[in-house]
Design a protein around this ligand. Structure first.
Ligand code: MSP
Length: 506
């Protein structure tokens, strides 16, 4: 029996086409999902779109179409970009799905019936783009603390969730589960800045707009977008307050929710309290990833600094973009994307290290052995050193991946690729080829290189899957064992360029 691993990304707002920052998250989740599958887990990877709320209602109006048509279009656009990035999700969910809507209403009713939700009056400062109310003290210089934009004073009848009731249990849970909020810095921030100063009850309905799930106990209200959005993690795997579901029992609690640092608050405060109210176990981990930033600060159409994934992919190919996002964005602090840096990385890592190694090796095998080499018969010191480096890779990668340090995991593979390039310089196959008596040695050197390349490709499949597949197809093997010496005979295909060098002058 394989262990299950239920992983989710945030569900993206269908207010506009996602930029490279939102796309970073899906690539990050995908790398983790692929790696866990590779390690033998029964992975369930869920992503999707968050489609209700005032902002979307306004956007649809501006576009002169019904909200449903608007969200259908944007959700489709998001899914197309996720697919373009090679995201291997198992389910793409939508909050306008009728089944989700029905279960959210049942969830609301269950909370209401147990008096965790009550009718009150809301007064506060509201930020439309963030769809969030703030208290006076939460504002920063009178502006929205999340996006820095203007807020407006609003008062309305609203239903409230008794967040305050769960405060002590939440603190206790976070403190007794050191892995619940990661990285560590985010945990301290949540506890000290948000939870311990006191949780106020949370407004969970709105009556000032229509585009939302109808409140089951009062049809003048729609359910506030975060109660609707967060519950996607359970409604789509079969949760129903009124019945027992096998898929849900198997998958829940989630092993990890991956979200951006801006919404970690919703996932580590509101979400656990909602779950406690439903008497459900809490997710094992919420990981708040840093942001991808671009020149000119926050991406916005008006500044003209928005970068879209599909533009980059059309120009550089999907794996160059994936490589950059996974390798260059640090795991705890924001990372920068510029075209210069992207092109530099393509040339220095993907072309010089990876592409060169594969190309040189395959070309030599064709030149000296018509494409065929077989298992080495003898190993000398220099070979053993290379093989040891390959063997160490697994535990080194696992160590980094455990902490979701994806960039460092990729570095481990590139260490072996660099070591292999050095091995070519050390063994000098072109010189061995000049001496008929060194033919066996030449076979062994080239075989060792092929095994190194093959095993690296097996690990790279989690990060740059298209390239990994390409390499294995050039090597003409389907063998994905990480055991050195697993392939006994190679009959390689023609060498093909994996990545084009970028000429800055062109
Ligand atoms: N709809 C909510 C999430 C609900 S989850 C139950 C939302 N949507 S979003 O479209 O604004 O953001 C989707 C994800 O992208 C979030 O995790 C957010 O943090 C992330 N990012 C948005 N901009 C980003 C960057 N510039 N860089 C990295 N991640 C970014 O929030």
């Amino acid at each position: 029996m394989k262990d299950k691993f239920y992983l989710t990304s945030a569900i993206a707002y269908t207010s506009a086409k996602p930029h490279i920052g939102n796309t970073y998250e899906i690539v990050l989740c995908d790398a983790i999902a692929r790696y866990k599958r590779f390690k033998g887990y029964d992975v369930y990877f869920q992503t999707g779109t968050d489609e209700h709320g005032e902002k979307i209602e306004i956007k649809a109006k501006e576009a002169g179409i019904e909200p449903q048509e608007f969200v259908d279009n944007v959700s489709n656009e998001i899914k197309t970009i996720w697919d373009l990035m090679g995201a291997s999700y198992d389910k793409f969910v939508r909050t306008t799905d009728k089944k989700h809507e029905k279960i959210v209403q049942k969830i609301f009713k269950k909370m209401y019936d147990k008096d965790d939700i009550y009718l009150g009056k809301y007064e506060g400062w509201y930020c439309i783009p963030c769809e969030s109310f703030f208290t006076e003290t939460q504002l920063v210089d009178g502006k929205c603390p999340d996006c820095g934009r203007d807020v407006e004073k609003k008062s309305e009848d609203a239903y409230f969730f008794r967040l305050s009731k769960y405060q002590d249990r939440l603190v206790e849970y976070i403190e007794s589960h050191p892995d619940f909020i990661k990285p560590e810095s985010r945990k301290n921030e949540m506890l000290n800045n948000f939870i311990k100063p006191g949780l106020q009850d949370l407004c969970v309905t709105r009556s000032s707009f229509d585009w939302g799930i109808k409140c089951p106990v009062d049809d003048k209200h729609v359910i506030y977008v975060w109660l609707d959005a967060l519950t996607n993690y359970i409604t789509n795997i079969g949760y129903d307050p009124d019945s027992n579901n096998e898929e849900f029992n198997k998958l829940w609690p989630a092993d990890i929710h991956i979200v951006g640092k801006d919404i970690i608050r919703f996932h580590t405060i509101y979400w656990p309290c909602f779950l406690m109210s439903l008497d459900l176990p809490l997710p094992k981990q919420v990981f708040g990833h840093p942001w991808l930033v671009v020149e000119g600060g926050k991406m916005s159409k008006s500044k003209g600094n928005v970068i879209y994934a599909d533009d980059l992919v059309n120009k550089y190919g999907v794996d160059a973009v994936r490589y950059y996002l996974l390798h260059e964005i640090p795991f705890a602090s924001d990372g920068m994307l510029t075209i210069d840096l992207l092109e530099e990385r393509i040339n220095s890592d993907l072309v010089n290290v990876l592409g060169n190694l594969v190309n040189r090796t395959i070309t030599m095998i064709h030149k000296y052995f018509d494409g065929q080499v077989s298992l080495s018969k003898e190993y000398d010191e220099i070979d053993k050193d290379l093989i040891d480096t390959i063997k160490d890779m697994d535990s080194k990668i696992e160590d980094k991946m455990k902490n979701l340090e994806i960039g460092k995991s990729i570095d481990e593979v590139f260490e072996v690729l660099r070591r292999s390039n050095k091995y070519i310089d050390e063994t000098m196959p072109w010189s061995l080829a000049k001496d008929e008596t060194k033919k066996d040695r030449l076979n062994d050197v080239l075989y060792n290189l092929l095994e190194s390349i093959r095993i690296c490709a097996v690990y790279l499949e989690s990060f740059i899957p298209t390239t990994a597949k390409d390499i294995l197809s050039q090597l003409n093997t389907l063998d994905k064992s990480t055991e050195f010496g697993s392939v006994k005979e190679y009959n390689v295909n023609e060498a093909k360029i994996l990545f084009q060098r970028i000429d800055k002058n062109k």
